[in-house]
Design a protein around this ligand. Structure first.
Ligand SMILES: Cc1ncc(COP(=O)(O)O)c(C=O)c1O
Length: 363
């Protein structure tokens, strides 16, 4: 792919490494540029890197009316050698196309998606925040742009990648255990629906449940399946629990659960973590009984943003609270977090191909 570079003038671009003094936060900042590419006349075309700014669209653009829009989320890290590396980006590109299939968006070559992200990071590499635990958060997305009001797949799309310099999710390791609301009132996904995709509409549909969780003093909701019997996901994370024998259990991927790249990675890391990691159908009644009997000793969520979010307790809509172990962050979760982040940061060898260096081209 030959990218057209339409960059800001040197005087308007960051010219020194970004060394933030205060907290950078998550998702707040932007870099100088973005990557764009359009789908027209049946082909993806016109790859370009342009200054970050508004995108003009007709009011009839189909993404606005019918939500034909999908996205991904990944992170790039700086290693001690001073180079920037992406982590398992091939999995994000593959999942982007799975999401595309689910909401009838044309696929975009997976190598090309990765090339676009690497090219943009290279251009804006000075934006990498020089701070402990910081990263460049990568947000690729595709949205429908055809100006038409009939409900049918759009004939035109834009693929965009933007970057957000972000700070460490935890200030001191996995320091806090959260509470989850077990909701029987709201559901994230149903079989045959769009739950296994990162379709924008899944996230607007989750806002009401998250609002209710806050009313219960919970950080997020634990979603059940539509029959209210099986565990599914935690907000925008996969759920997991740790049993007394140290084994880690993640609910089986179905068409109502997003295939988390963090979960996939933990599943492949079993040996390194020193425990068995498996997927099962997790029944709510058994799960609660196993927490109460001490058979389940830790629980939490897996996702790119935090890597692992420890859960200290669950609250039901009738106010009943169930505490996991002593309600604090357990040793298995601390170990998962350490091993995972050490790999991302190049402090521990990662399997071949997981980390890809962003080549310096001097643009
Ligand atoms: C619904 C949902 N589940 C799980 C995850 C975790 O996936 P990953 O580990 O790839 O970030 C995410 C975040 O992308 C999500 O939005």
């Amino acid at each position: 792919m030959k990218i057209d570079y339409q960059l800001k003038a040197a005087s308007e671009r960051r010219s020194e490494p970004f060394a933030p003094e205060g907290e950078v936060g998550f998702g707040r900042l932007r870099t100088d540029h973005m990557f764009l590419m359009d789908y027209r006349d049946g082909v993806w075309q016109d790859p370009r890197i342009v200054p970050y700014g508004s995108i003009s669209m007709m009011p009839g653009a189909m993404c606005i009316h019918y939500g034909q829009s999908i996205f991904e989320g990944a992170k790039a890290f700086k290693h001690d050698d001073g180079e920037i590396y992406t982590f398992r980006l091939d999995k994000n590109a593959e999942r982007m196309n799975n999401s595309a299939d689910i909401v009838c968006i044309p696929n975009l070559d997976e190598n090309l998606q990765q090339q676009a992200i690497h090219a943009l990071i290279d251009v804006d590499r000075l934006w990498f925040p020089e701070q402990d635990g910081a990263c460049l958060y990568v947000r690729p997305f595709i949205f429908a742009t055809e100006d038409r009001l009939s409900v049918s797949p759009s004939q035109a799309y834009t693929f965009c990648v933007m970057l957000s310099p972000s700070g460490a999710y935890y200030k001191a390791g996995t320091d806090k255990a959260i509470r989850l609301l077990i909701t029987k009132k709201f559901h994230r996904a149903v079989s045959g629906g769009t739950g296994a995709s990162k379709a924008a509409g899944n996230y607007s549909a989750s806002l009401r449940a998250a609002k209710e969780a806050a009313e219960y003093g919970a950080a997020q909701v634990l979603y059940l399946d539509s029959t209210n019997t099986q565990l599914e996901e935690v907000g925008a994370m996969n759920h997991f629990h740790v049993r007394k024998d140290g084994s880690i259990v993640i609910p089986k991927f179905t068409d109502t659960i997003l295939k988390s790249i963090t979960s996939l990675t933990i599943l492949e890391l079993g040996e390194v973590l020193g425990c068995e990691v498996r997927q099962e159908t997790v029944m709510l009644n058994q799960f609660i009984a196993d927490i109460e009997s001490g058979e389940i000793i830790e629980a939490g969520g897996f996702g790119t943003a935090a890597v692992v979010s420890p859960v200290g307790s669950y609250i039901f809509e009738d106010g009943r609270i169930v505490t996991v172990g002593d309600g604090k962050v357990g040793k298995h979760i601390k170990n998962i977090y350490q091993v995972f982040t050490d790999m991302q940061l190049g402090k521990r060898t990662a399997p071949n191909g997981w980390l890809q260096q962003v080549k310096q081209t001097g643009v």
